[in-house]
Design a protein around this ligand. Structure first.
Ligand SMILES: [Ca+2]
Length: 183
């Protein structure tokens, strides 16, 4: 939502004319210039009838979070530490990585395939959050964890080899698997 030239707040489309017309070419005839499209409100793009029927969804939180099952009381959301909020997360592994009795988390998931409007969201190297008990987590630095999961990760699994080594396997979007050996 932004204000128009009169200072009134109105809904304007987020995506540019090229994005819209690549999906729905008919809009090329409706908005024949970029200037015309740039000044169009959502009512003018979709029509007020369709806007009235449209479903409006609101995000309550965009944080990567832990959901605690409190039984009949339902789920309680708890944000993970700030280190888990720096990049999109597509894969979460829950294991006791350091074998201290508390479950730990490994998070990964940069996005290289985002729309060009957003740009690549690929700063993550993967994050290891050590469970401290009481549902608190402490992030290890990349140097401490040794994680280097700098790809578009979609899933994480671990397995043990027949020589007793623990291997972390990362499934990478449109690429080969990444493997890391735990030391
Ligand atoms: Ca642990």
């Amino acid at each position: 939502m932004k204000s128009d030239i009169d200072g009134d707040f109105k809904l304007f489309p987020f995506h540019g004319r090229d994005d819209l017309t690549s999906q729905i070419p008919a809009f090329k005839k409706i908005f024949q210039s970029y200037q015309e499209y740039s000044e169009a409100t959502m009512d003018q793009v979709l029509g007020s009838d369709m806007m009235e029927k449209a479903m409006t969804l609101k995000a309550q939180s965009l944080s990567t979070s832990l959901f605690i099952n409190n039984g009949k009381a339902g789920f309680e959301r708890q944000d993970l530490p700030v280190e888990a909020q720096l990049a999109p997360v597509s894969a979460i592994l829950v294991e006791d990585i350091n074998q201290d009795g508390n479950l730990d988390l490994i998070l990964a998931g940069s996005h290289n395939s985002s729309e060009h409007t957003y740009g690549a969201q690929n700063v993550s190297l993967g994050i290891c959050l050590l469970g401290k008990g009481n549902l608190e987590f402490e992030a290890l630095s990349p140097k401490e964890s040794g994680l280097y999961l700098n790809q578009d990760i979609k899933a994480l699994r671990t397995f043990e080899t027949n020589t007793g080594d623990r291997i972390l396997v990362a499934v990478v979007n449109s690429s080969s698997l990444m493997t890391l050996k735990q030391h």
